[in-house]
Write a protein that binds this ligand. Structure first.
Ligand code: 2AM
Length: 689
């Protein structure tokens, strides 16, 4: 554990009539008694603090004005954090607590604080203490005083954990399962683990990280040493909050659901699918499809490197089965009316804003809720309460118990169990609809990288995806496809059996989508800058856009200088899943691509490529001298696209090794070089998973 601790926190207030300021001053005074130092700053002085660089915990006290606006003094700050260009992980380093002030006489109670809270969370910041909502109507002090009292314990815990945060924890874990689920570890421990450096022990067949974490007994000694004792006490599953929603099914038949209501903040487009093509052979393990969207009649300004999101429905069969399981088959088309339960103790309880008012039961389950989401432990406990059979109830409780960590992962997560699968497995469980609305998250649009350039294909947007599939298991008798990829594959069915792209004629399916323009993952503006692109599998998508763009530019502006352009692609076999083989060959032949290196991970023995490098990073190592030259001497750019969990990390490790070997520097120095490449926007990632 580190030595003396600097127990400073930043205390930001946004005040209209001085109440937040007074409370902030009160907090600051008390802080001294508890051994903390508060730096008190008004949110209006946006230039005097920088959340981007803030390392200490941050406490906000924010008033509400008008019917629910942030105070004038905080408007500039709110505008800054609302900038749509900010990446999702902009504030991932930030830990904060927030006290919102408001008046429940007004419609949007405490909304000044809520908008800040919500946006900080969207940008990756994490609470170290629950938000307080103080009501001027009944007296602010009713909430303010206990909230401040609790703040000191929360700050104590936060600083204790920071004390252990510099250590590397070695957890004996299953190397493949590795750090996969750190974010979902129950209780408070996830908060601490996220701030620590985790190191698995490749090759050990020990318990998985999740088991280690959920079951204190199996945490390796080094974890016990480096985590302050208090953190080990926080392994309990959070108490189950009482239900807060009422879902009443009205007699009236609902009108159609407007998808735009689900994503009001985005500009939605409805576009036809014009062509579909299978890029892998029929006997390949994964099926990769490419679809062509017609964007000619839209205002979309597609740039290579951009992504977009597709609004997809849940599979109709599953929706029907779920409605059946809820005992509501006769009410599919009826309007669902949601209200907050009167007398609920849940602070800030609201009907989720993404559920349209005039929504049918079927639309609710088709378009609004992620019915495939792995049920969290709190949901399991709530479901146990609705289960009449004693054995089933016991099993559900076992799964969500403190001891059931690995059982939960094995039973629920690893097999991608959904609430419907659970209701099939536990037939005496009959939850009310409101429980599903409370516990299932919002159905998320799925994002894909564009795989084309409009310079090359005007008015078109191509993209590719692997059709996801999940095996049958208890609770579902048939294998299941991914929600969006399965839906898209169905839309394109009948058109993808040909090797040539098949035009879809008559009744072309439409999809609803919105753009997610990239801020960083773009071609270097100066075409003479050399670039290295790494993307196995469908990670090749944005590079096809890049290369088509460059190919057209080369044709159009002969006089331009084009820097070295390298592509490291990886697939399993030459025959089955070598995506864009012909197009890549053309890029090489016409000089758009100066170097193409392909690795094959599962080429049968005896074939041409079976002894070559297995993965993209193995190939990178073979060209380490060129990689270092391009990045350090020629100011080149390095792009990585594809799987975040394994590939992107392995590529990063390879880069560190390459820099160490070629420059004769140690690991730390190599990591610093990569960090500066990142900050210079020359090491760019478009990764998922
Ligand atoms: P696989 O045979 O092990 O699945 C596209 O999916 C390609 O990426 C496949 O050849 C796949 O190999 C490979 N791949 C899998 N894990 C990888 C990793 N950690 N790093 C790089 N490539 C990987």
């Amino acid at each position: 554990m580190s030595g003396a601790l600097r127990r400073r926190f930043l205390l930001l207030y946004g005040t209209q009539k001085g109440q937040s300021q007074a409370i902030a001053e009160e907090i600051s005074q008390q802080a001294e008694q508890y051994g903390f130092v508060a730096d008190v700053v008004s949110l209006k002085d946006v230039n005097t603090f920088s959340l981007e660089n803030e390392k200490d915990p941050v406490v906000f006290v924010i008033s509400t004005t008008g019917t629910g606006d942030p105070p004038d003094a905080a408007l500039k700050f709110v505008k800054t954090i609302r900038n749509k260009e900010l990446p999702d992980d902009h504030f991932v380093h930030l830990r904060y607590g927030l006290l919102a002030l408001g008046d429940s006489e007004y419609t949007y109670f405490c909304n000044g604080g809520k908008v800040v809270d919500q946006r900080l969370e969207e940008l990756g910041a994490k609470h170290f203490y629950d938000t307080g909502y103080a009501d001027d109507c009944v007296g602010l002090e009713m909430v303010v005083d206990p909230w401040i009292k609790g703040l000191w314990d929360a700050l104590d815990r936060e600083f204790l954990c920071r004390a252990g945060s510099t250590k590397t924890i070695k957890v004996s874990n299953d190397a493949t399962n590795g750090n996969k689920n750190i974010m979902e570890v129950p209780g408070n421990l996830d908060l601490h683990l996220q701030t620590m450096s985790l190191e698995g022990e490749p090759g050990t067949n020990g318990t998985s990280l999740n088991k280690a974490v959920s079951d204190a007994g199996s945490i390796e000694h080094s974890l016990v040493h480096s985590v302050p004792p208090l953190c080990q006490c926080s392994l309990n599953i959070p108490a189950l909050p009482p239900p807060f929603l009422d879902a009443v099914i009205l007699d009236s038949v609902a009108k159609g659901t407007d998808l735009r209501r689900l994503h009001p903040e985005d500009e939605m487009f409805s576009v036809p699918i014009r062509q579909a093509k299978r890029l892998t052979t029929k006997d390949a393990v994964k099926t990769t499809l490419m679809l062509e969207l017609d964007i000619a009649n839209t205002t979309i300004d597609l740039q290579p490197g951009d992504s977009f999101s597709i609004v997809c429905p849940n599979p109709p069969g599953e929706v029907t089965d779920l409605i059946d399981k809820l005992g509501l088959s006769d009410k599919k088309d009826r309007q669902v009316h949601l209200t907050v339960k009167s007398g609920t103790k849940k602070r800030g309880a609201v009907v989720p804003g993404y559920i349209p008012e005039n929504c049918s039961l079927e639309s609710l389950l088709t378009w609004c809720l992620e019915i495939r989401a792995a049920p969290k432990k709190a949901f399991l406990r709530a479901l146990a309460d609705c289960t009449s059979d004693a054995a089933e109830k016991r099993r559900l409780l076992e799964l969500c118990s403190k001891q059931g960590g690995s059982d939960y992962n094995g039973f629920i997560r690893d097999r991608a169990i959904s609430v419907l699968d659970l209701l099939n497995t536990f037939p005496s469980c009959r939850p009310p609809l409101d429980l599903l609305v409370e516990h299932l998250p919002k159905l998320q649009p799925r994002s894909y990288s564009a795989a084309s350039s409009t310079l090359f294909h005007p008015g078109k947007l191509f993209f590719l995806f692997n059709v996801m599939s999940f095996e049958a298991c208890s609770g579902r008798t048939l294998p299941r496809k991914g929600v969006c990829t399965g839906w898209l594959a169905d839309l394109a069915r009948g058109y993808v059996e040909e090797s040539e792209p098949a035009a879809i004629t008559g009744g072309e399916p439409q999809i609803t989508m919105f753009m997610r323009p990239s801020t960083l993952f773009r071609l270097p503006p100066d075409s003479s800058v050399p670039m290295i692109m790494v993307g196995p599998g469908t990670g090749i998508a944005p590079y096809i856009g890049f290369l088509q763009h460059r190919e057209t530019q080369r044709r159009q502006k002969q006089e331009c200088v084009f820097g070295d352009t390298w592509l490291f692609f990886g697939c399993r076999s030459h025959q089955k899943d070598y995506l864009f083989r012909e197009e890549l060959r053309r890029f090489v032949e016409n000089g758009t691509l100066t170097r193409l290196e392909v690795s094959f991970s599962r080429e049968p023995p005896g074939t041409t490529n079976d002894r070559g490098p297995k993965y993209v990073q193995d190939n990178l190592r073979l060209f380490s001298r060129d990689v270092v030259r391009i990045l350090t001497k020629e100011n080149g750019c390095f792009y990585v696209c594809g799987d975040a969990k394994n590939m992107a990390q392995d590529v990063n490790t390879a880069l560190v090794d390459i820099l160490c070997a070629e420059l004769g520097v140690d690991k730390l120095e190599a990591m610093k070089t990569l960090a500066s490449l990142k900050s210079e926007r020359r090491y760019l990632q478009d990764i998922w998973g």
